[in-house]
Design a protein around this ligand. Structure first.
Ligand SMILES: Cc1cc2nc3c(=O)[nH]c(=O)nc-3n(C[C@H](O)[C@H](O)[C@H](O)COP(=O)(O)O)c2cc1C
Length: 426
């Protein structure tokens, strides 16, 4: 890749130095940050199929601050846990800790980027400091258009306050890079005109960041609208001039297509979101097998989910993405209430023993026979069953969330940040 860029530039490239524990985004095809869909088992599956780097889901600075870092010997993970902040009715001693962020230090070493949701340089530094020794980079989310991000001045709102965005990046570069020797990057969307985008990117690349990802959609664009690539070459050129690696994002579907796009637009690498959510074997080159059948990928995903004892509700959401809608399994999965039931339904008999162990460990009735199963049922449903029949009505959903230690205040919000509602009892 580098040789290719050298070739088209005809000379050595300027490059912001990559710190010792950091990672160069050049030549990489990476998993996008995805709230809910980018939890640990999804990242491990993407890495298994050849993703070069993986971004964790956006985690808001205030959710991270106050967490305790724990090594979990059972799952070989590092968990950042805390008491849910609003346990109004339950005495604090009875509220279970929630996992805010979980990583697999061995399998993700050198390949995990922590994405932060923030609108405040001091809070960003405080939160980043908690994970910086365990990740290969810190990325600032300046592209999320959802109300839960923008109303706090985070995500895509930062595109309208470029001075604030630059001050956040500068604070991270000044305080995190020297101490932890990792790079800082930013993920943006394009603006309405190429001139506006160029002015923004020129400011961003002057902050000391090592990487920039451009999602080729404007803030008002919906995910189903095709990505616009008109501004991409310009963004790549501005980044290259400044020595900052540039990743493209938006409608990238496979590794082979990504490599073609990289050549066509002169970017340094590409980021894949929705296609990886549907089938993470998209990271595998055609020459190595390419896209695999869904059942093979699902088996791999479930194995990782059970290895790290992923919350069942989250696993079920991902299974709904991974199993194509036309398959009968897609309709049945909504009624499963335990790993044991999922493995039984999918015919993964060799995984049944482990499934029962994980169910017990997660406090789930494997056969859904006892009283406990009712509670787990509503919780899993609230976390997202995929068939219409399994979708909770409003009162079921509310009950499920409150049972997970989320207060009335949080559940009442219709657009609360997923960090607030996807806490995982440990
Ligand atoms: C379920 C889901 C969750 C997402 N969460 C985040 C996030 O946490 N941070 C972020 O910067 N973008 C997030 N995105 C946007 C993606 O990272 C990506 O920019 C977008 O989906 C476009 O890429 P694609 O065309 O490959 O899907 C999310 C997208 C999806 C589908």
């Amino acid at each position: 890749m580098l040789r290719f860029i050298r070739g088209i530039m005809g000379s050595e490239l300027k490059k912001v130095p990559i710190p010792r524990n950091g990672v160069d985004y050049r030549g990489k095809i990476v998993l996008a940050p995805m709230v809910r869909s980018g939890e640990l088992p999804s990242r491990l599956t993407a890495l298994h199929y050849g993703a070069d780097l993986v971004w964790g889901p956006e985690t808001v600075d205030r959710s991270m601050i106050g967490t305790t870092r724990r090594i979990n010997p059972d799952t070989k993970t590092i968990d950042w846990t805390r008491k849910p902040s609003q346990g109004a009715k339950t005495p604090p001693t009875e509220i279970k800790d929630s996992i805010i962020y979980r990583i697999h230090p061995e399998k993700e070493r050198g390949r995990l980027i922590f994405q932060i949701g923030t609108s405040n340089p001091d809070l960003a530094v405080q939160a980043a400091r908690l994970v910086a020794a365990d990740v290969a980079g810190i990325d600032v989310n300046a592209g999320c258009p959802k109300f839960f991000s923008t109303h706090g001045g985070m995500g895509a709102a930062l595109l309208r306050t470029p001075d604030k965005l630059c001050s956040i990046l500068e604070a991270l570069v000044r305080n995190i890079t020297p101490e932890f020797e990792i790079g800082i990057s930013v993920k943006i969307r394009i603006l309405e005109t190429a001139e506006e985008t160029e002015a923004l990117v020129r400011k961003l690349v002057a902050t000391g960041i090592t990487g920039l990802t451009v999602h080729c959609r404007t803030t008002p664009m919906r995910p189903r609208e095709r990505a616009i690539r008109d501004q991409l070459r310009m963004v790549a050129n501005v980044c290259r001039e400044a020595g900052v690696a540039c990743l493209m994002n938006g409608d990238v579907e496979t590794r082979d297509q990504a490599l073609e796009l990289v050549r066509e637009y002169g970017v340094d690498g590409a980021m894949i979101a929705t296609q990886a959510e549907k089938n993470p074997s998209c990271f595998q080159a055609k020459a190595n097998g390419g896209i695999l059948p869904w059942d093979e990928v699902v088996e791999r995903y479930i194995s990782y989910a059970m290895e790290v004892e992923n919350k069942f509700g989250n696993t079920k959401i991902l299974l709904c993405q991974l199993i194509p809608g036309k398959q009968s399994a897609s309709r049945t999965i909504g009624s499963c209430k335990s790993y044991t039931q999922v493995c039984g339904m999918l015919g993964f008999n060799h995984l049944m023993e482990r499934a029962r162990e994980v169910d017990f460990s997660l406090d789930i009735d494997p056969d859904n026979l006892g009283k406990k199963s009712k509670k787990d049922n509503s919780s899993a449903l609230a976390a997202g069953g995929c068939t219409p029949a399994s979708r909770p009505n409003k009162s079921q959903a509310k009950k499920g969330l409150s049972e997970r230690g989320v207060t009335a205040q949080t559940t009442a919000k219709t657009d609360a940040h997923p960090n607030e509602v996807m806490t995982v009892p440990v």
